[in-house]
Design a protein around this ligand. Structure first.
Ligand SMILES: [Zn+2]
Length: 101
């Protein structure tokens, strides 16, 4: 779990998951203890994209290569949602120089 670069406090799992999820659109993560804003690093965003988008499609291609994509779309979405819950463990943050952006 990422830590605040200012005070060293770890961000909570739900806080990181909410920030990483597509609904939030990678907003800044503000430390609840010291209010410093952090952004998710570009490498972390890339890793999250690989895990949530590429990994489910790869699994589908490996295990169901003959099936058309619409037939296995529910499986792909299920794997993507499951993978999303692991993303807070991959995320690294850096101090945001801009205020609350
Ligand atoms: Zn802090």
């Amino acid at each position: 779990m990422p830590k605040c670069n200012n005070c060293g406090r770890r961000f909570s799992y739900p806080h990181v998951l909410k920030t990483v999820s597509a609904l939030s659109g990678y907003r800044s993560m503000v430390c609840p203890a010291c209010q410093h804003a952090h952004t998710i690093t570009l490498a972390s965003r890339f890793a999250v994209s690989l895990l949530v988008v590429v990994f489910p499609l790869l699994m589908r291609m490996l295990y169901f290569p003959e099936q058309p994509l619409p037939g296995t779309l529910a499986l792909v979405l299920l794997i993507a949602v499951c993978a999303l819950f692991f993303t807070p463990f991959l995320v690294k943050v850096e101090k945001n120089n801009r205020r609350n952006s």
